[in-house]
Design a protein around this ligand. Structure first.
Ligand SMILES: *Cc1c(COP(=O)(O)O)cnc(C)c1O
Length: 445
């Protein structure tokens, strides 16, 4: 008997070595309705989320005057070129230009969770407000800042399970609207994130287990309380929808920056992935507005590649990274998730271009490079996107895929967009440690 053919991808995955998977199921044309679990979504769901943010802008500006007055209540982040970082990462000019979508600067939440998390809190508030006549359809939502409205919302609780950032976003938004808020935190959640929430009167419930266990505990507690809305990171359509609303905004930013996205000008987007909701929502939105020439790649820590093991497993299985002998131990706390969202995975089958994994040491190196070349101040999870251009343009797997897709000839005019997903509220001392760790890893010896 011949030994079985080697499976280099599976071997590297199991050995916690960086690897690249490309999606054979990706379709160039986006079907009008896409299945997500047992439901279906289309472009109108993305538009509905964008419209909801619009209806709440006045109220958000009133609730967060310091952070949102200037933008009129719009929660958005800049799109910036990063040529020096591109060069430092080894991206040659003939392999495309590096840009950064700076969600590490998103106000209110300080991370990408401002998109999905705040959207779900707004949707819940809107539903209650309409039901109880606190606002009229199409009316001025600033009425929700009045004491009577806040008193009504205060009868309800919003709860969530989180490794940190989702809890921050939900806790801050919910308490600002007058809701009671409870955040179930996993063991890997950073102390400063818990502190920040407690200072805002949010109840922080600490769990000894991982992210999955924190979510399960929160879900169980909420199920017994009719006045509690549980934001379910593994099952929520509202979260996905909120993330997708970033797509029309990015489309406008790309146009304003003079960046074309077409056959001659492919756009590669690199998205740090935890449970998959944020990157899947964004990918869904981008494929709707930009079409076949945007290629989205998810980035995961080598010890927590839950989305990759899910895509390898298929729809009827929901494996964890522990099943692959991996530890789920990573300093990228926003990505420390053992099992992917099935909702997100089903949505990504026809849309996603691929997934790659990154070592923690590389995250810190890139965190430091981003600081030293472009002055970007990000958290470790948010650095995962910076390995993307190298994975695609300088590995045999990446080159082979580019060639097979007919993309190699267009590389000189390509745009590589790394999505930096968090960092704004990282305390100074904590950030200095990250930076030092990254510089030590980079310096010779
Ligand atoms: C949550 C998070 C992600 C990934 O989002 P998921 O929905 O969990 O996939 C990426 N980066 C940061 C900083 C995060 O907090």
């Amino acid at each position: 008997m011949q030994p079985a053919a080697p499976a280099p991808l599976q071997d590297r995955l199991r050995a916690a070595q960086p690897c690249l998977w490309t999606n054979p199921g990706r379709q160039a044309e986006v079907p009008p309705r896409l299945s997500v679990g047992t439901a279906a979504v289309g472009v109108e769901d993305m538009q509905a989320a964008a419209a909801r943010f619009g209806r709440f802008a006045g109220l958000l500006a009133a609730l967060f005057p310091q952070e949102l007055q200037a933008s009129g209540g719009v929660i958005e982040s800049p799109l910036v070129p990063a040529p020096a970082l591109g060069q430092a990462l080894g991206l040659d000019a003939d392999a495309g230009a590096l840009w950064v979508k700076c969600d590490h600067l998103l106000p209110v939440a300080g991370s990408i969770k401002a998109r999905g998390g705040i959207h779900e809190v707004l949707e819940f508030a809107e539903q209650l407000a309409l039901q109880h006549g606190l606002v009229a359809p199409g009316g001025d939502y600033r009425a929700l800042a009045q004491p009577e409205a806040r008193a009504l919302l205060g009868r309800y609780q919003v709860a969530v399970g989180s490794t940190g950032n989702l809890g921050l976003s939900i806790g801050v938004a919910a308490s600002a609207l007058g809701f009671r808020a409870a955040v179930h935190m996993s063991a890997d959640a950073k102390e400063w994130k818990k502190e920040r929430l407690r200072r805002r009167g949010v109840e922080v419930v600490e769990h000894a287990g991982d992210y999955e266990q924190a979510v399960a505990a929160g879900r169980a507690q909420a199920a017994s309380d009719p006045f509690c809305h549980f934001v379910d990171d593994e099952r929520s359509l509202s979260l996905l929808q909120g993330y997708s609303a970033s797509a029309p905004a990015l489309q406008r930013q790309l146009a304003a920056a003079g960046i074309a996205v077409d056959e001659q000008h492919p756009l590669f987007v690199y998205l740090p992935c935890g449970v998959g909701g944020a990157p899947a929502g964004i990918t869904f939105g981008l494929r709707q507005v930009l079409g076949p020439h945007v290629h989205c790649f998810f980035a995961e820590p080598v010890q927590s590649p839950c989305f990759l093991v899910q895509m390898l497993a298929g729809a009827h299985d929901n494996p964890s990274v522990y099943d692959w002998g991996l530890t789920n131990q990573t300093e990228a706390d926003g990505l420390a998730v053992p099992r992917a969202s099935l909702l997100a995975a089903s949505l990504m089958h026809p849309l996603l271009s691929g997934i790659y994994t990154v070592q923690d040491a590389t995250l810190f190196q890139h965190l430091a490079l981003a600081h030293d070349t472009e002055g970007l101040r990000i958290e470790p999870s948010a650095a995962a996107g910076f390995s993307g251009p190298g994975m695609l343009t300088s590995t045999p797997e990446g080159r082979a895929w580019l060639q097979a897709q007919g993309l190699e000839v267009h590389l000189p005019r390509a745009t590589h967009l790394a999505w930096t997903t968090g960092g704004l509220f990282v305390p100074e001392a904590e950030y200095d440690c990250f930076l030092q760790r990254g510089r030590e890893a980079t310096s010779p010896g």
